[in-house]
Design a binder for this molecule. Structure first.
Ligand code: ATP
Length: 374
């Protein structure tokens, strides 16, 4: 399922050069975004970057200052929210406290004038969908956070929208429940064949659930790609840093080859990169660039790797964090820089344990990191 790589696929949701200003503040700055049918698409970025504003414009709660939004080929300009085949689920759930679960779910259907018998069937179906059959008569206050979240989801899905908009849908849940619910949401999205557009500032949430992620900063989308590409080949230092843990080294190009390059870092070691990622501007010799490498791509060892001269640094273990599945090692180089490596704890059985103040080597393969030009 990769409709974004299939030129015959028509876009399903399309923001075309959309700008949104509040007074003289630009919340969304001339953005074009394409989402395909049945896609799980995440808008990821820090608070205030304009994610929610994009959702609200699609839902019809705000009109763009400039540009246009299309759904299934039709412009949405002037279409009131309740006439759009789009529904929104809010972080606060916005359940009616005085209504029971069934009435909360039925609310939108009632407003639409659905016949009572049909409504009962639909509510039953929704209760089954979110596994709350036994809770139909309870009030929201008598439910756990996770159950309230499912009521909100059922209510948002009851009118069978083509697109579900989710604004930080899991923000109020604790970590374990959040992780479970992430998988429930993706299962539901797939089985119902809906298009989900989710807003989140939580990179793990976006990575776990989304087919594609749009990373946003200051009203602009700065990279759109699959979770793996965002993580493995981030387009900038900002993205590398925002999504996951990363070591970033500033340096200069020593040597440009076919596809790859050699760079000298300010920290005093040499990096050899096998291949520049696709779509990244080719840096010029002498230009400042950055090398980004994830901690788990660093091999940490007491032994110096044989024959290695590049992609090798040496330092002292400064700090260790035990996380159960992995341990994190902060290694202080002679230059004073601190580099982070992780190692699976399962591999400890075969190797000598690494401990504080040990002298260690960090090495990596030429395809393990990324060169960044901004
Ligand atoms: P969060 O995760 O905090 O909701 P966000 O990325 O969703 O952040 P938006 O809610 O889209 O951000 O807001 C983007 C910017 O636009 C913010 O700086 C916000 O203060 C501003 N903004 C949003 N709505 C309005 C409004 N109605 N009037 C004035 N400014 C607004």
């Amino acid at each position: 399922f990769q409709p974004w790589n299939d030129p015959s696929q028509p876009p399903f949701i399309e923001f075309r050069n959309v700008t949104k200003r509040f007074g003289d503040f630009t919340a969304v700055d001339n953005q074009s975004i394409t989402v395909y049918e049945r896609e799980f698409y995440a808008l990821l970025g820090p608070s205030g970057c304009g994610k929610t504003t994009l959702l609200r414009m699609l839902a019809g709660f705000e009109e763009p200052s400039e540009g246009e939004i299309f759904l299934d080929g039709r412009p949405l300009t002037g279409v009131p929210p309740h006439k759009r085949p789009v529904n929104m689920m809010f972080q606060s759930y916005a359940l009616f406290p005085h209504m029971n679960v069934a009435d909360n779910i039925a609310f939108g259907l009632k407003q639409e004038g659905m016949a009572k018998a049909d409504m009962a069937v639909r509510v039953e179906e929704m209760l089954r969908l979110v596994k709350l059959q036994d809770f139909a008569r309870r009030k929201p206050a008598q439910l756990s956070g996770g159950q309230q979240q499912r009521v909100a989801l059922a209510r948002a899905l009851a009118k069978r929208p083509k697109v579900l908009l989710l604004d930080e849908p899991l923000g109020a849940l604790d970590k374990k429940l959040r992780e479970e619910t992430q998988f429930e949401l993706t299962d539901l999205q797939e089985s119902l064949g809906l298009t989900f557009l989710i807003v989140t500032h939580d990179q793990e949430e976006a990575m776990t659930m989304a087919d594609r992620i749009a990373v946003m900063d200051h009203g602009r989308v700065i990279q759109v790609a699959t979770p793996a590409v965002i993580y493995e080949a981030p387009a900038s230092r900002y993205i590398a840093d925002f999504v996951g843990d990363v070591n970033i080294f500033e340096g200069r190009i020593a040597h440009l080859e076919n596809g790859g390059l050699t760079m000298t870092t300010a920290a005093g070691f040499t990096v050899e990169v096998a291949e520049m990622p696709q779509g990244v501007a080719r840096p010029q010799a002498g230009e400042t660039i950055w090398f980004a490498i994830r901690p788990e791509k660093m091999v940490i060892s007491h032994e110096r790797p044989q024959n290695a001269t590049t992609n090798l640094i040496e330092g002292e273990v400064w700090d260790i964090g035990y996380l159960g599945d992995v341990s994190i090692y902060n290694v202080k180089l002679d230059s004073g820089d601190v580099v982070r490596a992780t190692r699976l704890n399962a591999s400890r059985e075969v190797e000598r344990p690494i401990t504080w103040e040990d002298r260690v080597f960090l090495s990596w393969r030429p395809d393990a990191g990324t060169v960044l030009v901004r």
